[in-house]
Every structure is written in structure tokens, then in C-alpha cells.
Design a protein around this ligand. Structure first.
Ligand SMILES: *Cc1c(COP(=O)(O)O)cnc(C)c1O
Length: 400
């Protein structure tokens, strides 16, 4: 953090002192009191004051793209992140296009399912629960199928917490002359997605992830030429990003009712993001949260699914202990009673749970999580937090 910034957490009391548990989840997440307070005013959606908020929102998000931001447009879309993903796929994939979806978890699978709903052509590289799709595999798949026009990548696959190798995926896609679409939902704002380093056509994120706003809309950052070329592609009236963009450009308004309070809260969240030091500082705080969490959980006997190389600063998957006294539902309750909401796992082969590192939290909070986990184990009578043998065997595959 830069000198002169307010101490962290914000000068106001953090969530538990307000009687709320911390949300160790990948969004909705724990927000600051300033963000909550920004929702105490009503706005007329057509009014000049709200139009100014929308313009400010779009300008601030574009600025996060770095020195090529001028070639991009920001298009907010009502609804959660999934609505934004569907809008992006439906708007940027031509009707006769074909997309290669890189899947290694629930969000990649959902992207592929979305394309099937759209009735567009899709092929999938499915790496299972958590193995990373590699650049060489993308190159080979494109070479084998010249019909592929686009590649869709998940930046941080939030279901395992793996940080996918976006740079090599982008390089392979660009080298083959194809276009890259990115779901950076859980990474944008904490991990750089700069078009000068990672060439892409469009990316999507949402209000309630690393910018630390509340849920209610998503936003797409896309090359202006791609937006201009997308007219007529969309399958859906309400999810047509081209139409949303032209309306915003000409009237300054959203088509259809905007989530006014959510937008006001998000502007506050963007200001706090800037004061903290932008993407680098936000990412550094989350990385420290992760390091404190992982070190502490290992100290009390837990093991992570992923090895260091693939661990994101967003969310971490831990194996459930093999000890028969361990019961996730009970563990969850005991953690909640101590002020921490954790997240169930999403692996198909072995039991696991997840702890998020994002939101208005710092290392002291993560120390508290570890202490709470140790006391929950003691209360359940779990002697060892070590995972079952099959879990470790599963993890071996990553290093293979
Ligand atoms: C959160 C998230 C989404 C969107 O999920 P919603 O529940 O619709 O907000 C999409 N992709 C990833 C990688 C996510 O983390």
C-alpha cells in the first residue's frame, strides 16, 4: 500500500463488529461500510446525476486496461456475471462462428452450455476438475479445426481456484489469428488483464468480485472495432451488448431499469480500489491473504488441492480431512459461529472445501480464519486434518 493511504481495513468498523460474519466466498463478498453507505440514496435512472455515475463507471473501468484503453469500450449489463458471459458470447460470436471453450471447472462448463443454448457451434477442451488448459493444446485444437473463430478462456476458474495460464492461451490464439474472449469474473481488478500484454477481443467481469461492490450487474470491456462489427449477432433483446452500447453512447442511459443503488455503490468501490493503489495493490493484498491462509492451514494439517504454481490469490481449495470425525456441515456451522462463512467444494472425485481471499479483509482476518478452523477441528474431535490418500494421488496428476 502507498504511504499516506488510510489504514486497512477501512477506518470504519469491519463487518463482524456490525454483527455480520466475514464472507470467505468468491462474491458476494465482504464490502466496506463506505460501499454499503453509498446505497442510502435513491436515483432517477434517466436523471442527469445518474447518467454522470454511469459515465464515471465506464471511464474508471476502461482506465484499468492500461495504455490501450482508448481502443476499448465498456458496456455494463444488468444481472449477475452469468448474464454478462451470455451477453458477451451472444454478441461477439457471429451466427456462423465457432468457439473453442477451454474448460477446467464449473465456469468453463457453463460457458460451453451457454453456447449450446445460443445454438452456435462449440468445441470444448475439457481438462476435468482443475488441470490447466495449455497454450500448446489451444494451438493444436485450432490447427485441427479451421472452423474455430474464437477461443473462450476462464481466467481464474473459481471452482478450484486455479489461475489459468492466460498469457500463453492468448499468445496461441493470436498466433493462429483467432479472437479471444475472457471470463475474468473473479480476477479482474486484482490481476492485470492488459491488452498490450494479453491480446483479447472482449472480457467480462462483475460488480461483486475483486472490485468489492455488491451484486447486480456485470460489465464487458471489448475492442471498439469488435463492438462495431457485432451489430445483428445477438440472440437476445435484453442481452444485446451492441444495442446496450449504442443506447449508452447516444442517451447516456442503460436500456431498461438499471440497478441504481448497485451502480452508486460500485463507484464508491472503484474509488477505494484506486486509493488502495489499483490492481497491483489489490492483488498484493489478496496474495498476502492467501499466503497467510495457506501457511496457517498447512500448519494445522490441511493440504491444498493445487501446488504453489497454480494457486490464485482469489480462492483456495483445501481437501477435507480423512479423519471420520470430520463433517463439512458441522465444520461450516462452527466456522460461522466464529464469524466466518466458508464455501463448499466443487470437485467431483474427492471431498473438499474452499476459502476465499477476496473482499474487504486483510491478513489479520485470515489469521482469525485459521484460529477458528483449529478450534472447529478440536470441537469435532478431529485429530488430524490430513487428507485421504486418494486426494494426494489425485494431486500428483498436476505435477505429471
Ligand atoms: C462468479 C463467476 C461467474 C458468474 O457467476 P454469477 O453467479 O452469475 O455471478 C462466472 N465466471 C466465474 C469464473 C466466476 O467466478
Amino acid at each position: 500500500m502507498k504511504d499516506g493511504n488510510p489504514p486497512f481495513p477501512a477506518p470504519e468498523l469491519p463487518a463482524p463488529e456490525m454483527g455480520e460474519p466475514y464472507l470467505l466466498t468468491p462474491g458476494p463478498l465482504t464490502t466496506s461500510i463506505e460501499v454499503k453507505r453509498a446505497m442510502l440514496r435513491d436515483w432517477g435512472s434517466w436523471d442527469e446525476d445518474f447518467r454522470a455515475l454511469t459515465a464515471d463507471l465506464r471511464r474508471r473501468l476502461l482506465a484499468l486496461l492500461g495504455n490501450q484503453a482508448d481502443a476499448f469500450e465498456c458496456i455494463p449489463m444488468q444481472g449477475s456475471g452469468t448474464f454478462g458471459v451470455e451477453a458477451m458470447l451472444g454478441t461477439f460470436l457471429p451466427r456462423d462462428g465457432k468457439v473453442l471453450v477451454l474448460a477446467n471447472g464449473a465456469y468453463g462448463a457453463r460457458a460451453a452450455e451457454t453456447v449450446r443454448y445460443l445454438g452456435r457451434q462449440v468445441s470444448v477442451i475439457d481438462k476435468g476438475d482443475y488441470l490447466p488448459p495449455r497454450g500448446a493444446e489451444v494451438a493444436a485444437a485450432i490447427k485441427a479445426d479451421p472452423a474455430i473463430t474464437h477461443v473462450m478462456a476462464i481466467h481464474c476458474e473459481t471452482s478450484s481456484g486455479i489461475l489459468n495460464p492466460l498469457a500463453e492461451i492468448a499468445d496461441a490464439t493470436a498466433a493462429a489469428g483467432r479472437k479471444l474472449l475472457i471470463d475474468s469474473m473473479s480476477a479482474f481488478g486484482a490481476i492485470e488483464v492488459r491488452p498490450d500484454e494479453i491480446p483479447f477481443e472482449a472480457m467480462v467481469s462483475s460488480a461483486n468480485k475483486c472490485i468489492e461492490g455488491v451484486p447486480g450487474f456485470s460489465f464487458v470491456l471489448a475492442r471498439r472495432d469488435a463492438v462495431e462489427a457485432s451489430k445483428g449477432n445477438a440472440h437476445s433483446l435484453s442481452l444485446d451488448l451492441y444495442a446496450q452500447w449504442t443506447a449508452m453512447e447516444t442517451t447516456g442511459q442503460w436500456r431498461y431499469t438499471p440497478p441504481t443503488h448497485v451502480v452508486a455503490a460500485f463507484i464508491e468501490a472503484l474509488k477505494m480500489h484506486e486509493v488502495e493503489g489499483g490492481v497491483a495493490a489489490r492483488g498484493a493484498r489478496y496474495a498476502q491473504n492467501r499466503d497467510v491462509l495457506v501457511t496457517g492451514m498447512r500448519r494445522i494439517g490441511f493440504e491444498t488441492l493445487l501446488d504453489e504454481r497454480w494457486l490464485s490469490p482469489i480462492i483456495v481449495t483445501f481437501f477435507s480431512p480423512a479423519d471420520p470425525a470430520f463433517d463439512f456441515a458441522r465444520f461450516y456451522e462452527l466456522m460461522k459461529r466464529q464469524g466466518y462463512i466458508i464455501y463448499p467444494g466443487k470437485l467431483t472425485l474427492v471431498d473438499s472445501f474452499r476459502i476465499g481471499c477476496i473482499g474487504r479483509m486483510d491478513a489479520a482476518v485470515m489469521e482469525g480464519v485459521v484460529t477458528a478452523a483449529a478450534s472447529a477441528l478440536a470441537e469435532m474431535g478431529v485429530d488430524s486434518a490430513a487428507p485421504p490418500e486418494e486426494a494426494l494421488a489425485e494431486r500428483q496428476k498436476l505435477s505429471a
